[in-house]
Design a protein around this ligand. Structure first.
Ligand code: ZN
Length: 436
């Protein structure tokens, strides 16, 4: 939500989805600490980044039959980022089975929305069978999960999250101030009248940010049937588009809407806003992940879910605005939304039909630079064969250097060759008198 619209909103609900003047007010308030009162992170409820990583790693380690964990690293201009990805497959040997539905879920794209990563942990815990499943009979649950490969990104924006934990509770951007949900290529860089760089800085170019580069490659190589970008700040079930105030047309769009209606009814107590991201909240967002997943990766079911928001929280109180602060609400959000995800796992594939029917990602977007190609290629190899990522990192650096040297020397050779030809053409007589 934009700042003017925010001011005009009586309920003053803060949508994580777009920035608010309210957050700007916090920045001003920071200079006047006496005037601010805000809720700190409740450490009895929320994991630290380090603990969450340890817990996920340990869980994967306890269930090697179901889970694998990969860490992808990327960086540029002195900025480094890494993204951990957990892959779930009920029988791990079936991970490459193309007859399965592929689901990609991302949490924590915005630093301050800590509750989303707690939901990721809860979903993984249910998948591991260490936590009780939501109300679903075991036979139905097993037959549902048998059809799926699920990739979970529990903390997409690790660097931004660390800033939040260090005390900047309103930070939503990555470690160098770019909004990772404005850094994608669909309608990138367009700014609304109430554009606020503290909230929505789209970066210097589409995919300028290492986190977005990693997510894009993950999406293109995995080619999911269902994508959910999980946020907080309000309660909503959004479908495309974010950059215009319409939803896609056609039968499948109607089916998607009815799925969202059902989720709203079953798990959101009918409180969730439903529709296009751009149309439902009354503002447009440009360069978002979900629009890219829908338009370019051709993900038939691409969603942005907003799982919690406290409209009563003061504008300075970001932790409270975006995250439940008491144990009852914390548990309610995790219970309701983990159940919602298991309903999607069941109903999504039913609606989609055969997994092979998915339209592949647009070829145009696959024309990438050598650097990007190598990274994507190596990433695909690493996920397929489970090779050590560190080795790949080193190998990638070397191969990149060799490629650059190769191109440079080829260009130089071509240049020398051409200039030699042109010289010899000038000096040689038109009819050569010299026999061989
Ligand atoms: Zn958000």
């Amino acid at each position: 939500m934009g700042r003017l619209r925010c001011l005009s909103s009586a309920s003053s609900i803060n949508f994580c989805f777009l920035g608010c003047l309210q957050v700007l007010l916090l920045v001003n308030a920071k200079t006047n600490p006496e005037t601010t009162s805000f809720t700190p992170i409740n450490r009895d409820l929320y994991h630290s980044t380090g603990d969450l990583r340890k817990e996920i790693k340990a869980m994967v380690h306890r269930h090697p039959d179901k889970f694998t964990l990969e860490t992808f690293k990327s960086g540029n201009k002195g900025y480094r980022a890494e993204v951990g990805v957990v892959t779930y497959c009920r029988r791990r040997q079936d991970t490459d089975d193309s007859s399965k539905f592929r689901i990609l879920l991302s949490f924590g794209q915005h630093g301050r929305e800590l509750i989303t990563s707690e939901l990721a942990l809860r979903i993984l815990s249910i998948l591991s069978e260490e936590s009780l499943p939501p109300n679903m009979d075991p036979a139905s649950l097993n037959s549902t999960l048998d059809k799926l490969i699920i990739k979970v990104v529990p903390m997409e924006n690790l660097n931004g999250r660390e800033l939040v934990e260090a005390g900047d509770l309103c930070e939503r951007r990555n470690g160098r101030g770019v909004d990772l949900n404005r850094n994608w290529s669909v309608d990138w860089g367009k700014k609304e009248k109430d554009y606020d760089p503290y909230e929505e800085n789209p970066g210097t170019a589409p995919f300028s940010e290492p986190e977005t580069q990693i997510m894009r490659k993950l999406a293109i190589s995995f080619d999911p049937h269902i994508w959910v970008n999980v946020h907080s700040g309000m309660e909503a079930l959004f479908m495309p588009y974010d950059h215009k105030n319409t939803t896609p047309t056609g039968v499948s769009s109607d089916q998607i809407k009815s799925l969202l209606e059902e989720l709203n009814h079953l798990h959101c107590h009918k409180r969730c806003m439903i529709g296009s991201g751009g149309g439902s909240v009354g503002y447009l967002a440009h360069g978002t992940a979900t629009d890219y997943m829908y338009d370019i990766v051709k993900v038939p079911m691409a969603f942005t879910f907003e799982i919690y928001g406290d409209g009563e929280a003061s504008s300075k109180d970001c932790f409270r605005m975006f995250n439940p602060t008491d144990i009852n609400m914390f548990n309610r959000v995790l219970n309701d939304w983990s159940a919602a995800f298991f309903t999607i796992f069941k109903l999504g594939p039913q609606q989609l039909g055969e997994p092979q029917s998915k339209v592949p990602a647009s070829n145009l977007e696959k024309w990438v630079s050598i650097d990007e190609y190598l990274e994507g290629y190596l990433m695909e190899r690493s996920s397929r064969y489970g090779k050590k990522r560190e080795v790949l990192e080193l190998g990638m650096q070397e191969i990149r250097t060799y490629f650059r040297l190769f191109w440079l020397s080829s260009v130089l050779l071509m240049f020398m060759f051409c200039s030699r030809i042109s010289k010899s053409k000038c000096s040689r007589p038109i009819v050569s008198a010299i026999p061989l």
